[in-house]
Design a protein around this ligand. Structure first.
Ligand code: UGA
Length: 427
């Protein structure tokens, strides 16, 4: 099939490259000229494991352009993958979705299936359809569909190729036929729904996952007070197949560009529909409290933070990405700096991005350099590299052997045996 993807962010670019891998001809469109130029030269704008190889492999089936007008001519399916960032109110900003829709409507000369893949509030599909109806040349037909994407950063290619489910929200047989045909090579159940339900499935899924994380973090706090161990509790809960073991990892909370913004946007759209969803407000509150809890632990370990040197391992919101958007590390580091602490940090991928966000930090070449002369070491992202550290060596570099592990990557007993003063979350 011939596909146009508008927006080469994480979802757009991965979807484009993966659709090409499935044998389709894909045109990736973005108004960022530098990004498109780089992509034409085989240079990726993001770090995602395996993406470079897949891009190189599928070059003959991939084209990059800045023009929607040119880009969509040959395509029969157009995926809208542009950003839907939060407004100060928390509502999703759909202005790019709107402008892209207008450009599609004005540029098309034959039938197009327009698919929203960006995360959008329910009823966006209706708005897209109404907008297009008023702009397309008479006699031309089109369909609108919703096909939310569930891939995770860092595991994006695997998730795209091996999803738990594919959700297709349609209102015509023609749209259903095209999309089921497109996804045929992927072995996953296809759930066909109406457009509104498909849109809701995405916001509801992300909100449910975020709720699961805040739930386990709230339990972690109780564990600390009661002398229980969150890992044992999480295992005990997760063995119930109705609950499941995933997304029960307690820590400093969720970040990234999806959960925080989607929770707020979902709460806003629910409110507009007259259905207050205050549970999600609690989820956010618990998430914020985890960062404060972490800073309290640092204070407990070091007492006054003024002029203390704190080593930070991990800045990205999660491993295998350089993404710093809404990373818990940002708030935590700023809280520590406010108390007068000096920060030295290392992240395997996120440092170039972090340098634009976090100031007055000494960025280091590796974990051992971070530890050198530091009053304590804080783990904020669970990169594999940190799990395999030579802890005796780390201890010999630290001014005092204190580790505050915001992701519970080390075993408490082992750390105590090695002579560390060790703090985890919920144990
Ligand atoms: C999330 C969803 O998992 C994807 O299904 C969805 O497609 C995506 O948002 C999106 O809407 O685009 P992502 O934000 O890439 O994916 O990352 P996750 O792996 O879900 O992690 C999100 C945050 O939760 C991270 O900060 C992670 O550290 C935290 N987390 C995750 C926990 O604190 N505990 C857990 O048990 C799991």
């Amino acid at each position: 099939m011939k596909i146009a993807i508008i927006g080469t962010g994480h979802v757009g670019l991965i979807s484009g490259v993966c659709f090409a891998e499935l044998g389709n001809k894909v045109l990736c469109i973005d108004n960022d000229e530098e990004k498109i130029l780089n992509l034409k030269n085989g240079k990726l704008p993001i770090f995602e494991p395996g993406l470079q190889e897949l891009l190189d492999k599928n070059k003959p089936r991939l084209t990059f352009t800045t023009s929607i007008k040119e880009g969509i001519q040959e395509a029969n399916i157009i995926f809208i993958c542009v950003g839907t960032p939060p407004k100060p109110s928390g509502d999703a900003d759909l202005s790019t979705v709107e402008s892209v829709t207008i450009q599609i409507a004005k540029s098309m000369h034959d039938y197009k299936l327009v698919v929203e893949k960006s995360t959008v509030p329910v009823r966006t599909g209706v708005k897209i359809k109404q907008l297009m109806e008023g702009k397309v040349k008479s006699g031309l037909s089109f369909d609108v569909a919703s096909n939310p994407e569930f891939l995770r950063e860092g595991a994006a290619i695997y998730d795209f190729m091996h999803p738990d489910r594919i959700v297709i929200g349609v209102e015509t047989v023609r749209a259903k036929k095209i999309l089921t045909e497109l996804y045929k090579p992927i072995k996953a159940p296809i759930l066909v729904t109406d457009i509104e339900s498909a849109e809701l499935i995405k916001h509801a899924s992300n909100s449910f996952l975020a709720t699961k994380i805040s739930f386990i973090n709230a339990i972690a706090k109780i564990c600390e007070q009661a002398g229980a161990n969150i890992e044992q509790v999480a295992r005990g809960i997760g063995l119930d197949h109705r609950i499941g073991p995933e997304f029960l990892q307690a820590g400093i909370g969720f970040g990234g560009f999806c959960f925080p913004k989607d929770l707020r946007a979902f709460r806003k759209i629910a409110e507009k529909l007259g259905c207050e969803f205050s549970l999600l407000h609690e989820v956010e509150k618990i998430n914020e409290s985890m960062k404060k809890l972490f800073v309290t632990k640092v204070e407990e370990a070091l007492w006054n933070l003024s002029n203390k040197t704190i080593g930070i391992l991990g800045l990205a919101f999660k491993p295998d990405t350089e993404d710093m958007r809404y990373a818990p590390s940002i708030d935590i580091i700023q809280m520590l700096q406010k108390e007068g602490a000096k920060i030295r940090a290392y992240d395997p991928q996120a440092m170039p991005v972090a340098k634009n966000i976090l100031k007055d930090i000494e960025y280091c070449k590796g974990p051992y350099e971070v530890a050198e002369g530091a009053d304590c070491l804080c783990i904020l992202t669970e990169w594999e590299e940190f799990k395999g550290l030579d802890l005796d060596r780390i201890k010999s570099f630290l001014k005092s052997p204190v580790i505050i592990d915001g992701r519970n990557i080390f075993e408490k007993e082992k750390m105590l045996k090695l002579g560390f003063t060790y703090y985890g979350i919920g144990r």
